[in-house]
Design a protein around this ligand. Structure first.
Ligand code: SF4
Ligand code: SF4
Length: 286
């Protein structure tokens, strides 16, 4: 699709010295955030709301998703000191909501689950009032690995389903739709007090009926929170944008999902998995 981006996707990125300040601090701690590395246009707003998304376990992914800009290659050794540094950054930035994600590490026996758990534990030690959301890979369906993360008791376990089942072979060739649903289902079975969350991108060639099926599948899997945003291709080498979904259609998806009983739905063109992450349960006592 060669069409120009529609107006609703054109955003003005505001600059603030706060970004530099945060960048310097994270650089000194040798930490990476999705906010900075993806040049996320929401960074000012999120930092202002004291939310950030840390990327742990290196920058090389063992999967080959065709929509994703993360490097695919030889994964790095696990940095054992990283959990303490994430905790230090969360405390120094006085974060209210921390999102922790990683590349997929199929090379590690536990898929990195133990490392996720250590990050959760360290952040809890230094910032007990901070809410922690982990955005995890599928751990290749390893139930034990998921149990390790759940036992560390983050407030939210998020695993993105990303797209409809029919498009998996072309969009997420090494992933499995049903395996991802099973993981989401298992979150509530392991610990009903943890919020389960998932997200999808639209504009990859799916139909509204397929999105409805996917939302039904997520609800059947006891998913509490869902995010729906527009897919934007990182480059011409990535999966093409097949459609720019209109804001009206996003609103329809939102109403549809709310009608199915999701606890919180974020659906609009610029929604990202971690955008306004704290709002989904800000009125709850957790
Ligand atoms: Fe960071 Fe997510 Fe906010 Fe973007 S939307 S700035 S990645 S927390
Ligand atoms: Fe990107 Fe995640 Fe796919 Fe790896 S598994 S290529 S990080 S979307």
């Amino acid at each position: 699709m060669n069409e120009q981006k529609p107006d609703w996707l054109k955003i003005r990125v505001s600059y603030s010295p706060k970004i530099n300040e945060v960048s310097e601090m994270l650089k000194a701690l040798n930490l990476h955030t999705v906010c900075q590395e993806a040049n996320c246009p929401n960074a000012m707003e999120c930092f202002g709301k004291r939310t950030a998304t840390f990327m742990i376990l290196g920058r090389e992914c063992t999967r080959q998703c065709t929509f994703c800009n993360v490097s695919k290659g030889h994964p790095m050794l696990v940095d054992e000191d990283e959990p303490a540094r994430v905790a230090k950054a969360a405390a120094e930035l006085d974060l209210k909501h921390v999102v922790v994600t990683s590349v997929t590490r199929d090379d590690l026996p536990d898929g990195g689950a133990g490392h996720f758990a250590r990050v959760i534990e360290e952040v809890k030690k230094t910032s007990p009032a901070t809410a922690i959301e982990v955005l995890i890979p599928d751990f290749e369906g390893d139930k034990e690995a998921l149990a390790v993360v759940a036992a560390a008791k983050p407030q939210v376990i998020n695993h993105n389903i990303e797209t409809v089942k029919r498009l998996y072979p072309s969009v997420r060739p090494i992933a499995d739709y049903d395996r991802s649903l099973e993981l989401i289902q298992r979150v509530k079975e392991l610990d009903p007090s943890i919020y389960s969350k998932s997200g999808l991108m639209v504009g990859l060639g799916e139909t509204p009926d397929e999105v409805e099926e996917l939302l039904k599948d997520l609800r059947k899997s006891d998913c509490d929170i869902v995010t729906i945003g527009q897919y934007l291709a990182p480059s011409a080498l990535h999966h093409p944008v097949v459609e720019y979904v209109t804001p009206e259609q996003f609103e329809k998806y939102k109403l549809l999902a709310e009608g199915m009983g999701f606890r919180h739905v974020a659906s609009s063109p610029l929604v990202r998995s971690s955008y306004h992450a704290g709002e989904a349960f800000s009125n709850d006592s957790i």
